[in-house]
Design a protein around this ligand. Sequence first.
Ligand code: HEM
Length: 397
Amino acid sequence: MDHLTALGSLFDSEGRHDPYPAYDVMRAHAPVFQAPDERWYVTTHALANRLLRDPAVRLADASDYDQFWPEWRENRGVASVVLSMLQSNPPDHTRVRRAAAATFTPRRIAAMRDVMTAQVEDLIKQMPAEADFMTAFAYPLPVGVICALLGVPEADRPWFRQRAHDLTIVLEPISTVEEMNLADVAGRELEDYFVGLIAERQKNPQEDLTSALVEAGAGGTLTGEELLANLVLLLVAGFETTANLLGTGLHLLLTNPAQAGRLRADHDLAPAFVEEILRYDSPVQLTSRFATEPIDLGDGVTAPPGAALTMLLGAANRDPARYDDPHRFDPDRPAIQPVSFGGGAHYCLGAPLARMEAQVAFPLLLTLLPRLNLNGDPVRRDRLVLRGFSELPVTTA
Ligand code: HEM
């Protein structure tokens, strides 16, 4: 298989179920190469890390979309992503990120540990003898945590999973017209939901993140459009990725029983285990940018201004130049530091929260459910970018 065939395999369902052999072929060919679609694909840890931090490498933001797709605002799924900080550039990104980070304080995150522990214990108690781990645990935990932070009432929470699933198709490199229509509907429904919550908090502010962001909006730091888009982003980014970390992590632990036994016996190993799970099977597999000036890609290769760059985070995390025996799950690796949360100005705002959820969940799952085991074949999500399982059948007794 050559590097272009390997790349092509990522775009079919079969190939993307296990993208790692394809990543190896591409990386062995070059740390970065240009495909016939003219896009540059980056496969190494060092180069992905460097480009994510390069100020000459930017996101396609609303003004870029105006040029290549003037009707983009009509699809509210696309609009809610493009209008959020995830897809903005300085100075807007700096202003909005600062406002969001100010509400997402270390104190607020630290206070979530007890909430998480209580939710984990509850979900474990309620788990039936035969369960789909994604439905019974991996989704409800991060949905519950981000909704508690945002102040979303409990009764509304089950409604979000399908909407987030439909909306996040806009992050995929390829989608069908039907999928884009579903993303539009999901975007509209999520916007309507948050319009209601914003109005409610304008009347009755609470001690939650929505109220804090509404206040930043009232103070003129955020436009109404930015407030709405970033509330949708925080909700969706807050659980769609974390659910995949929990599902993927549990699968890895149950297929590596000796390692699971170590974590069961010593809960202090949780941070190293979670970093290695993030490295081994990154919940976000790629992110894209473009060059605003000529960019040195190493080995005498230069990307011209306007070049589209895709950082294959999943490939970077299995780079043999950075990790010995990269296809081995090994939580004892020194300084794991995967690129799973990105890097530079857009480094994941929720990383401390996601890490904490996984660090609380895995030791408690292994200890309170010592007979937890796989029960048949899991089903992979049919997505390249947001990697995980849609079903993970388990038995608890
Ligand atoms: C950005 C991954 C959990 C909120 C990002 C980016 C990555 C990422 C790779 C950067 C994207 C880019 O550079 O293009 C993950 C993973 C998670 C996770 C793997 C879980 C395992 C969360 C949680 C939240 C969150 C729990 C919120 C509570 C955000 C936000 C951004 C972001 C707001 C945009 C930051 C910016 O553009 O400045 N995430 N994320 N994420 N994430 Fe996460």
